[in-house]
Ligand binder design. Structure first.
Ligand SMILES: [Zn+2]
Length: 173
């Protein structure tokens, strides 16, 4: 079991509305197994979230915890030695709704990038363990059902990540 500080904690994303402002809070009814989403009603959805569904739509390696009345997720912390550019691309991916889950290795680290939600983008990036530099990435912008896009080298990978749509920016759905 990894130590608590080997995770980065953030608010759990809602798999139904994928609204970045959503918080998942305990229901006030006798249904302790159900969570309420604070933003789903704004998107015309029922506020109820099933924790099992939330769990199923998060990348493997992410842990869940209730903290201060809000569901939070713990993402395995990034390995040491990443260069500034690599860190900025990972931050950019986060801003585009992707959750980075690191799989550190001796030669090359892999980071799985996955957006919560049924049609969420998904992919992975490889980073040289010694250089801390991005090697390549493959991203499926519309989930597994559509074809993936590959990019090689830090600049092209950054461009690929930047081209992904930002959650909450899609109007009228
Ligand atoms: Zn929601």
């Amino acid at each position: 079991m990894p130590a608590a500080d080997s995770y980065e904690w953030r608010t759990a994303p809602c798999p139904e509305c994928a609204d970045p402002a959503a918080r998942l809070v305990p229901g006030d009814s006798d249904r302790a197994d159900i969570l309420l989403c604070t933003r789903c009603p704004a998107h015309g959805r029922l506020p109820y979230c099933d924790p099992a569904v939330i769990r199923a739509r998060l990348p493997l390696g992410v842990v869940l915890a209730m903290c201060d009345g809000t569901l939070r997720i713990g993402i395995p912390a990034a390995p040491h030695g990443l260069n500034t550019y690599t860190r900025s691309v990972v931050t950019l991916a986060t801003e585009h709704g992707l959750l980075p889950v690191w799989r550190p290795s001796v030669r090359r680290h892999r980071v799985i990038l996955a957006a919560p939600g049924p049609e969420g983008a998904w992919g992975w990036m490889e980073v040289g363990a010694r250089s801390g530099r991005i090697l390549r990435a493959t991203i499926y912008p519309h989930g597994c059902s559509a074809s993936g896009i590959r990019a090689a080298g830090p600049r092209d990978v950054r461009q690929l990540v930047a081209s992904l749509s930002v959650p909450g920016s899609v109007a009228g759905c």
